[in-house]
Design a protein around this ligand. Structure first.
Ligand code: FMN
Ligand code: SF4
Ligand code: SF4
Length: 286
């Protein structure tokens, strides 16, 4: 079989864990981080008949970097395209997002899967708890089982669009009206929505981990607390929030994302993911 190019984006390591696991069962897979390609205007996809995308569910949709990436790539039109989304609890409209974006290139998704992984949106739920060892093991076992099914579907190039009938994170009409406006503002005028949203409190020790973890390169730490560049679009991955070793980065409450419990709740990076792994996503040529 030809190489399978697998493009991924991961904020806190859940997606990275899944692509690495899939690569262990399918040796033809070549993993490519999307964050390393976003500043390239014309992204050339190596000629391959099988191309995959793996990403987290962000507010019921594909994350901003996946959207930017899909809009930039050129495809032949006859590739077998598959997508693997991972969510904490709710439905993701990824197949609809793919249809909309790929329409221009005359391509369509052949297979779509959704896995459940621990929630890294640790700041929105009042009673958020990091999964303990047992819960995490259960999640690992479930994903292993699902990955063997995914392998079978991909290797046989079957059509398979997983039915995702969990509840949507927002009423669909709100999503339809506000979603495109929020997407537009975050991409084109990020400061309008994001100014003051993320900040580091007095616990910050200037270790620069947040700067390394930020896939959008919008954090700079110069001998003091991090400066967030509000002219650069934020991917909303919460890598900075979750990897900060002293839980210094806080998320301010704002109307479009409800209350923030960042000062009370603990943080979740995937237990096998290091900041180095996340930072590596920005390295070109891997
Ligand atoms: C900004 C943001 C929004 C999210 N929205 C949803 C959501 O709508 N539904 C859901 O089930 N999970 C949601 N999540 C949780 C992530 O999809 C989930 O934890 C995923 O496994 C994280 O993958 P990563 O570690 O590769 O970034 C959200 C996470 C973030 C940071
Ligand atoms: S990771 Fe945390 S402690 Fe380190 S520089 Fe960033 S905010 Fe400060
Ligand atoms: S600022 Fe934080 S949430 Fe935004 S892209 Fe960077 S790491 Fe992700």
């Amino acid at each position: 079989m030809d190489n399978i190019y697998m493009y991924y984006f991961s904020g806190t390591g859940n997606t990275l864990y899944l692509v690495n696991q899939l690569k262990e069962c399918i040796s033809e897979i070549i993993i490519i981080p999307i964050a390393s390609l976003l500043d390239v205007d014309d992204i050339v996809i190596p000629k391959s008949k099988t191309i995959g995308f793996c990403f987290p569910n962000h507010a019921g949709h594909i994350p901003i970097p996946i959207k930017i990436f899909l809009e930039k790539i050129r495809l032949e039109g006859d590739e077998y395209l598959f997508a693997i989304c991972n969510s904490a609890f709710s439905k993701c409209f990824a197949p609809d997002d793919f249809v909309k974006i790929l329409k221009k290139s005359g391509c369509r998704l052949s297979a779509y899967f959704n896995l459940i992984m621990p929630d890294n949106h640790t700041i929105v739920a009042k009673d958020y708890k990091i999964p303990d060892k047992e819960e995490f093991k259960k999640c690992e076992d479930q994903s292993q089982e699902k990955l063997s099914h995914i392998k079978e579907v991909i290797m046989n190039k079957e059509k398979f669009i997983e039915k995702d009938d969990k509840p949507a994170p927002f009423p669909v009409w709100i999503d339809k009206i506000l979603g495109p406006i929020i997407f537009f503002l975050i991409q084109k005028h990020p400061s309008i929505l994001l100014k003051g949203r993320l900040y580091a409190d007095s616990k910050c020790n200037s270790c620069k981990i947040c700067e390394k973890a930020c896939p959008a390169n919008r954090i700079v730490v110069n001998h003091s607390r991090p400066i967030f560049d509000y002219k650069i679009s934020c991917f909303g991955c919460y890598g900075c929030v979750n990897f900060c070793p002293v839980e210094s980065i806080q998320v301010a409450s704002k109307w479009f994302n409800g209350r923030s419990y960042s000062s009370k709740n603990s943080r979740y990076p995937h237990p096998y993911a290091s900041v180095k792994d996340i930072e590596k996503q920005k390295t070109k040529g891997i």
